[in-house]
Design a protein. Structure first.
Length: 213
């Protein structure tokens, strides 16, 4: 029952990861959920209920205790009621992650698996695919996937094509403390993001923060 990882990115952003080892009942006892949250939780089934509760608890911990209600907007993007921060969440294989920031943000954590190859054709532009190297291909693909997932979450609306609307600029591949730049460009939406990534045991963590221009 502790943080798996916590990181103050800067004065405007913080993220944390929780290893889920508790039961749903444990989280329910720790949390005071609003009626809106309880109705939302009723529509979540199976293990995803535990993931939602873990993120809700983790977010409250980052805010120093109980936070505003965690709800989804019409597009399914999570936000905190009466809290002037952007947020994003992610889950993977028993880990729950959240990021809070003053600018548009996204977070993704994924267990590194070879089957990432199956979606590469839907994920990458030709210039992005061209820089992949055989010895680091699987991890590099996860960076691309995580980065584009983060930008999709930051954008917060649907019908975003990863190859058409999301661009990752060329970058030096570094699993210890990597960074790159990404863009979301669609219709009248045009935003630039700083993206950071790192390998954590068998997982890859990626997060993105909008850059003021």
């Amino acid at each position: 029952m502790a943080f798996f990882y916590q990181h103050i990115i800067n004065s405007d952003a913080e993220l944390a990861i929780w290893r889920i080892e508790e039961s749903e009942e444990w989280f329910q006892k720790q949390l005071i959920l609003s009626d809106l949250e309880l109705r939302q939780l009723e529509n979540i089934k199976g293990y995803r209920r535990l993931e939602w509760l873990a993120v809700r608890y983790l977010t409250g911990q980052l805010l120093g205790g109980q936070s505003g209600a965690m709800l989804k907007d019409e597009f399914g993007k999570p936000h905190l009621l009466h809290v002037p921060l952007q947020m994003s969440v992610s889950h993977s294989n028993g880990l729950a992650a959240t990021i809070l920031a003053k600018t548009l943000t996204g977070i993704d954590i994924q267990k590194i698996v070879p089957k990432i190859e199956r979606i590469a054709h839907r994920l990458l532009r030709e210039e992005e695919r061209a820089v992949l190297q055989p010895e680091t291909r699987v991890e590099h693909l996860h960076v691309y996937w995580g980065a584009k997932e983060c930008l999709y979450k930051a954008y917060g609306r649907r019908e975003l094509d990863f190859r058409t609307h999301v661009l990752i600029e060329p970058f030096d591949f570094d699993l210890q403390n990597g960074c790159c730049t990404g863009w979301v460009i669609k219709d009248n939406f045009d935003a630039k993001f700083d993206i950071h990534y790192q390998k954590m045991n068998d997982f890859l963590l990626v997060y993105a923060l909008e850059v003021s221009r």
